[in-house]
Design a protein. Sequence first.
Length: 177
Amino acid sequence: MPRKVRRVVTGHNAAGKSIFIVDAPTPHVFQRTKGSAIVHELWETAGTPADNRGSADAIARGHRLPPPQNGSVFRVIEYPPDSERLAALAREAAHPDDSGRAEATDRNNPRHAGFHKTATIDYAIVLSGEIYAMMDEGEVLLKAGDVLIQRGTNHAWSNRTSEPALVAFVLIDAEPL
């Protein structure tokens, strides 16, 4: 069962005073197949500068990998151990959907089935566990508290432990290479 990620969102009341408008686990949780990564969508912006008006849930939409054009997305992903996840990635490859994942995936990379590339800059913060960030050439082990800035590169995430790794991401739309 996926862990719950509490989402606290602020806003303004009719008098312009700051208030809390959401304080609950995010209802926007996606998992394509058993054993695959669990994505907790938290917030999205449709452009820069961001629009802080209103109190609508900015992420109330289906899951997709990239942020909106000129926008950003904030999510937390729970990566199961590769012993579970690699089989799930193989099942997903056999049944691609319209989330954008199939287009971003590097199916020809023999190093890891999770290789993909997006036209984004990603800020990744390991919250718990440990995970390898893999590039076409090289890899680095990231542990809780470590931060990776991923700049539109072909990459994969590999959890070689027996425990899930929890990683927070901010993806910002960027010019493709």
